[in-house]
Design a protein around this ligand. Structure first.
Ligand SMILES: Cc1cc2nc3c(=O)[nH]c(=O)nc-3n(C[C@H](O)[C@H](O)[C@H](O)COP(=O)(O)OP(=O)(O)OC[C@H]3O[C@@H](n4cnc5c(N)ncnc54)[C@H](O)[C@@H]3O)c2cc1C
Length: 381
C-alpha cells in the first residue's frame, strides 16, 4: 500500500497551482462581477493541456489517469470554482460521449478541436420540470428518414452561451421511462437551437447557467450516441462514477482553500490580546476542518486509484460525492464563523467558498439520490 503521489503527479499539481495563481486568481473579482469566464482563460487552460488530460494521444490528449484529473479539479477549485467547473465540463461531460462513441469524423471535427480549445462542449440533461427523474424528461427526438428532429427545453446548462456543441438528452421512446432516453450531439449553430436567459444564481457566479431551447432541430441520424436507440441510460451510467469522484475533487479544492485561509486568519487576528488561534474553540473548528479534509482526500484519491485500476467503484464514487458534500459544507460554515463579520464581506474569499460549496448539493446527483444508489448497491451485495 502506497499513499504517496508520484513525482510526476506532484509536479503536475505544482504546475496547475502555479497556473491558477498566475492567470486565474488575479481575475477572480472581474469574473465575479462579469458573471462569466472569459474565452482567454478557457484558451489558456487548453494551452496547458488540461482539456486533453484524460484523452488518448491519438486525439491530441495526454493519456493522463483519474488521479491526475482529480488533482487538476482540486487545484483549480482551490483557486476558483467557476473556472474549475467550466474546465471539468469541457474535459468530461461536454466531450466524453464523443470520445466514447463518436464516429472517427466526429472525433476529428469536435474532440480534436475541443482538446485544443478551438471548440467547446457542454451537457444538457436538466429540464424545467426536473433533473433527477430522467424518466419524466419531456425533450423528444423523433426519427425522420436519415435525421432526428429534437424538440424541448433544457435549463441550468453550464456554459450554454459559450460553447459550440451540446450533448443533449432526449426521449426517443416516450413510453419507455428512463430507458427511452438517448443522447445526441447537437451543434449550436443548427437552426432551431436557441440560448435563453441566464439564470441568476447563488453558486459559482461566473460558471454561467442558461436556459436552452430546441425547436425542430434536425441532426443527422449518426448524431445519436451509441448507434442505436435505447442506449442513453447505459452510456450515462458509464460516466457517472467519474463525474461523482471529480465533483468531489472540486469540493476538496474549496474545502482546502477555506481551511488554509482560516488558519492564516486565526494566526493573525487578535482578540483579548492574543491571536484567536490560541483559543481552544477556534482550534477545535480548525481541527474538525482538517479531519474532514484528510478524510475527503483519502476517499477521493482511493476512488480515483480504483478507477485507474479498473476496479468496481460504484459505492466508493457515490460515497465520495456524499461525504465530501457534507464535509465541505461543514468546512465552509466553520470558516465563516472563524472570520467573524469578515466571513460575510463580499471583499473576502470566504463568502465565495460558502456559496460555491453548495454546487456539490446538485452536481453529480442530489445527496438523496446518492444515498439511494449506495442503498441499492448494498441491497445487491
Ligand atoms: C450551478 C449548477 C450548474 C448546473 N449545470 C448543469 C448542466 O450543465 N447541465 C445539466 O443538465 N444540469 C445542470 N444543473 C442541474 C443539476 O444537474 C440538477 O439541479 C440536478 O440534477 C437536480 O435536479 P433538480 O434541481 O431539478 O431537482 P429535482 O429533481 O426537482 O429534485 C428536487 C428534490 O427532490 C429530491 N428527490 C427527487 N427524486 C427523489 C426520490 N426518488 N426520492 C427522494 N427524493 C427525491 C431531490 O433529491 C431534491 O432534493 C446544474 C445545477 C446547478 C445548481
Amino acid at each position: 500500500m502506497d499513499f504517496n503521489f508520484t513525482p510526476e503527479q506532484e509536479l503536475f499539481r505544482q504546475s496547475v497551482r502555479e497556473f491558477a495563481e498566475r492567470y486565474v486568481r488575479p481575475r477572480i473579482k472581474e469574473m465575479e462581477e462579469a458573471k462569466d469566464v472569459p474565452r482567454e482563460i478557457m484558451q489558456l487552460m487548453a494551452e496547458q493541456g488540461f482539456y486533453g488530460l484524460r484523452f488518448v494521444e491519438e486525439w491530441g490528449g495526454q493519456g493522463g489517469d483519474n488521479v491526475m484529473f482529480a488533482i487538476l479539479n482540486e487545484e483549480l477549485a482551490r483557486c476558483y470554482m467557476s473556472v474549475a467547473a467550466r474546465c471539468m465540463m469541457q474535459c468530461l461531460m461536454g466531450t466524453e460521449f464523443i470520445n466514447l462513441c463518436g464516429t472517427e469524423e466526429q472525433k476529428q471535427k469536435f474532440l480534436v478541436p475541443a482538446i485544443k480549445g478551438e471548440k467547446y462542449g457542454t451537457m444538457c440533461m436538466t429540464e424545467p420540470a426536473g433533473g433527477t427523474d430522467l424518466g419524466a424528461m419531456q425533450t423528444t427526438a423523433v426519427r425522420d428518414g436519415d435525421e432526428y428532429v429534437i424538440n424541448g427545453q433544457k435549463n441550468w446548462i453550464t456554459g450554454a452561451h459559450a460553447v459550440d456543441f451540446y450533448t443533449v438528452a432526449a426521449k426517443t421512446d416516450p413510453e419507455a421511462g428512463f430507458r427511452g432516453v438517448d443522447l445526441f450531439l447537437v451543434e449550436r449553430d443548427r437552426p432551431g437551437v436557441e440560448v435563453g436567459k441566464k439564470i441568476d444564481k447563488l453558486i459559482a457566479f461566473a460558471s454561467g447557467c442558461y436556459d436552452l431551447f430546441f425547436n425542430n432541430v434536425r441532426v443527422p441520424a449518426d448524431h445519436l450516441f451509441g448507434g442505436e436507440e435505447g442506449q442513453g441510460f447505459t452510456l450515462l451510467r458509464n460516466i457517472l462514477n467519474d463525474i461523482r469522484v471529480h465533483t468531489a475533487a472540486l469540493g476538496l479544492g474549496i474545502a482546502r482553500a477555506a481551511y488554509e485561509e482560516s488558519v492564516e486568519y486565526a494566526k493573525q487576528r487578535e482578540a483579548y490580546g492574543r491571536p484567536i488561534v490560541r483559543w481552544q474553540a477556534i482550534q477545535h473548528k480548525l481541527a474538525r476542518m482538517r479531519i474532514d479534509i484528510e478524510a475527503a482526500r483519502l476517499m477521493i484519491y482511493y476512488a480515483a486509484w480504483r478507477m485507474d485500476q479498473g476496479l468496481p467503484v460504484n459505492v466508493e464514487a457515490a460515497a465520495c460525492k456524499w461525504h465530501i458534500t457534507e464535509a465541505v459544507l461543514r468546512v465552509v460554515d466553520d470558516a465563516t464563523r472563524i472570520f467573524g463579520a469578515y466571513g460575510a464581506s463580499m471583499d473576502m474569499n470566504i463568502q465565495r467558498y460558502f456559496r460555491d460549496a453548495r454546487w456539490l448539493l446538485y452536481g453529480a446527483g442530489t445527496q438523496t439520490m446518492i444515498l439511494n444508489i449506495i442503498g441499492a448497491e448494498i441491497r445487491r451485495e
